[in-house]
Structures are given as C-alpha cells and as structure tokens.
Design a protein around this ligand. Structure first.
Ligand SMILES: [Zn+2]
Ligand SMILES: [Zn+2]
Length: 110
C-alpha cells in the first residue's frame, strides 16, 4: 500500500487518460503508478532550440529494450533505451535512457 507524500492519506489506484495512477483519497494528489507496462510521458527541455523548447512524447516502456546504464539518481544499473527524432528534421535522432527503477530520464549527448 502506498501513502500520500503530501498528507499521508491512502493512495488508491485509478485510471487517468488510460494510464494507471495512484490517487490520494484525502487530498487528491496524483502520482504515476509503478507499472512497467504503463505509458510514460517524457518531457524534455531542449535549451539549445528556443523555438522548440519542450519535447513531449509518450513512451510505452514495456516495448523498449533494457540496456546496462548507471543511474546517478538511485544507483540502478539498467535503463530503457529510447530513440526519438526531434522535430527539427535535420538533427540526428536523440537517444534517451529511462531508469527502470526511478524513471529518471537521461539524454545522451553526442
Ligand atoms: Zn494526500
Ligand atoms: Zn534510477
């Protein structure tokens, strides 16, 4: 069972936009359920492109290959590898790593 980080209330599973989330019964706080099959929304800020600042893409991590990757955030050593073509078509595809444990997103800089 999970408890709300804000008020300590009980978090109950719910569906929002087809995704599984946990919602606090007391204050309504919502967090992503720890569900490897759920869609995972990656939001990435691209500072070098002022006109195209935020890349948002939906990733079904269940379909992604898992590769060895050292997560600095939680010490985990595996991540989902994901390649995305940014909207600027002249750029090579960018590779992202999403920690399988804490879901921190890393961008690979060429
Ligand atoms: Zn709460
Ligand atoms: Zn991690």
């Amino acid at each position: 069972m999970e408890f709300c980080p804000k008020c300590g209330g009980v978090m109950v599973p719910e569906r929002v936009d087809g995704r599984r989330v946990l919602k606090c019964r007391s204050c309504g706080y919502v967090k992503e359920a720890d569900n490897p099959g759920s869609k995972y929304r990656v939001v990435e800020r691209i500072e070098r492109h002022p006109l195209d600042k935020v890349a948002v893409f939906d990733v079904d991590v269940a379909t992604l290959p898992v590769v060895p990757f050292k997560c600095e955030n939680c010490g985990n050593d595996r991540a989902y590898a994901y390649e995305v073509q940014t909207r600027a078509g002249d750029e090579p595809a960018t590779r992202f790593y999403i920690c399988t444990k804490c879901r921190k997103v890393y961008r690979e800089y060429a």
